[in-house]
Design a protein around this ligand. Structure first.
Ligand code: UDP
Length: 248
């Protein structure tokens, strides 16, 4: 059950697997509620991670502020409560932009690259955000044919993703965490400007504890849930603690 009570005037616009989006009194601003619900493998696996909503909200806020300071525009306005974020209304580009510094997950499964292989320069990939189609990997030509983003937008998305990777990799390194890979989503505002949207959290990043060498013990992200590694809540709290302790 969803325990969150939105303001009486709020209208539910969209409910996703991990978040619910509501209108606010300001038509330019929406309210995102971060749920504790967790899904994996295109929602074939479902569960709850206690405290996840608050971790993902707080961590996203911290990292969005860090990125704003580094010249990356984001949709963040503020967080009125621990598990809600007010965001600028944008039209979401239906792409998942994945950046990889180290081979893991689907890249290993699909290419045979060994887990842990360093990727330098980092890999930037575009996936079509479409659950019914299973979020397929797109080529540049498919992107063009599908008209999901203009060639100029694709270029900008790639540049922004690489810049975000630089900032986040350095930041996580200072937290004693290796940023293995992560997924970004972007939106376009009324003036056509691309803004970083969605969230940056242990749900959307692979994060390895630099103090651990064991391939299972080092995992601090949603792979603990995906692969039934245990101590999921503790790992999420540990990431948040380290992130919030690291000022910028
Ligand atoms: N990711 C995500 N949402 C998705 C797919 C991937 O947040 O729908 C993140 C995932 O957590 C990882 C990165 O994107 O940090 C790369 O995921 P990958 O393609 O390896 O897929 P997975 O192994 O998670 O199925």
């Amino acid at each position: 059950m969803d325990a969150f009570e939105p303001p009486a005037s709020a209208e539910k616009l969209y409910e996703g697997k991990a978040k619910i989006l509501y209108t606010t009194d300001d038509p330019e601003i929406l309210l995102t509620y971060f749920k504790d619900d967790a899904t994996a493998f295109n929602a074939q696996k479902r569960g709850t991670i206690a405290g996840k909503g608050e971790v993902n909200c707080a961590m996203s806020q911290h990292l969005f502020r860090l990125l704003e300071g580094q010249g990356v525009p984001t949709h963040l306005v503020d967080c009125p409560t621990a598990d809600t974020m007010r965001v600028r209304r944008v039209s979401i580009v239906p792409l998942e932009v994945v950046v990889r510094n180290i081979a893991a997950g689907s890249l290993c499964q699909q290419t045979g690259l060994e887990l842990g292989t360093p990727l330098d320069p980092p890999l930037v990939e575009f996936y079509f955000k479409n659950d019914a189609l299973g979020d397929p990997l797109l080529t540049d030509d498919r992107l063009r044919v599908m008209g999901l983003a203009t060639p100029d937008q694709v270029h900008q998305l790639r540049e922004m993703a690489l810049r975000i990777n630089q900032v986040l990799s350095d930041f996580f390194d200072q937290c004693g965490i290796t940023l293995v890979d992560f997924k970004l989503e972007f939106g376009v505002d009324d003036s056509g400007r691309l803004l970083l949207a969605d969230e940056i959290s242990p749900d959307t990043c692979r994060l390895w504890n630099q103090a651990e060498t064991d391939p299972n013990r080092r995992v601090m992200d949603k792979d603990r849930f995906r692969r039934d590694l245990g101590d999921v809540e503790a790992a999420y709290q540990q990431v948040l603690q380290r992130v919030l302790a690291q000022s910028f």
